[in-house]
Every structure is written in C-alpha cells, then in structure tokens.
Design a protein around this ligand. Structure first.
Ligand code: HEC
Length: 124
C-alpha cells in the first residue's frame, strides 16, 4: 500500500511537471483568431507572450519591414527553405537557442489569419 501510494505520487508529480515544462501544441479551434493560433501552437515559448522575443526566438515586431503577407504565409509552412536563402534569418538562427518549426500542419486559412495578425504591430 505504502509503495503504491508512493508510486502514484511520483507519477502525478512527474506528469504535472512535464505538462508545465512542455505543453504540446494543440490544433486551434475552427475560425480561431491570430492571437489564439499563436497561443494554441505555443509560439510564445520562443517568441514571448508579448511577441517581444526570448532567448529561444527573435521578437516578432516590425515584420512588415521584411515580409509581404503572401511570403509570410509561405514561410510559416516552410521556414527552412527561407532560412537557407535569407542571410538575415540565417543570422538569427545562430543567435537564438530555438529552431523555428514548420507550421505546415496549419491550414492555409489559419496561416493567413496568423500572418495578418503578425504583420500588425505587437501591442505594448
Ligand atoms: C522552438 C522555438 C520556436 C517556436 C515554437 C516558434 N518559433 Fe518562430 N522563430 C524561431 C527562431 C529561432 C527564429 C529565427 C529563424 C530561425 O532560426 O529559424 C524564428 C523566426 C520566426 C519568424 C521570422 C522573424 C523575422 O524577423 O523575420 C516568424 C514570423 C516566426 N518565427 C513566427 C512564429 C510563429 C507564428 C510561431 C508559432 C506558430 C513560431 N514562430 C514558433 C523559433 C521558434
């Protein structure tokens, strides 16, 4: 009995810690807004809740200086191909500890909503 209770405690604490440390990305609900998709896909883990960057990823502010909407929609689905041919992105890859994942799991419509929101200024 004592042993079983001990194991149950270890299991509960272990799962709790794992859940807090690495929340898995979840599919956004249909019709989700840009901020919701950002939250569901855990973009904040690397780019910060406020989009101002962390050690894992760059700030996502002033993106309109570098991206058209169409390019950003493509980039989100296949960042690697852009990084290979864009010196600015390659430099960021060496400066931040994270690695931008591919979000081809999102539909075109979801990436479009996300890109439109990213191209607006991050709020203070
Ligand atoms: C595991 C960390 C990580 C996660 C999660 C992540 N990114 Fe990134 N992101 C990066 C890094 C690092 C870069 C810099 C380029 C590179 O290394 O690939 C980057 C680059 C970017 C850029 C280009 C920035 C610029 O200045 O042009 C955009 C846009 C972007 N991410 C959006 C997102 C969005 C939206 C999500 C969620 C759907 C997301 N990222 C999730 C790490 C991450």
């Amino acid at each position: 009995m004592v042993l079983r209770r001990g194991l149950a405690t270890v299991a509960t604490v272990g799962i709790g810690a794992l859940g807090a440390a690495c929340m898995l990305p979840r599919d956004p609900p249909p019709g989700a807004s840009g901020p919701m998709i950002y939250e569901y896909q855990n973009c904040a883990n690397c780019h910060g809740e406020d989009r101002r960057g962390k050690t894992q990823g760059p700030p996502l502010t002033n993106l309109a200086e570098h991206w058209t909407r169409a390019n950003l929609i493509q980039y989100l689905a296949d960042p690697k191909s852009w990084i290979d041919r864009t010196p600015r992105l390659r430099k960021m890859r060496s400066e931040y500890s994270g690695e931008m994942s591919s979000y081809g799991n999102l539909t075109y419509a979801e990436r479009k909503v996300l890109a439109e929101w990213l191209l607006t200024e991050a709020s203070d």
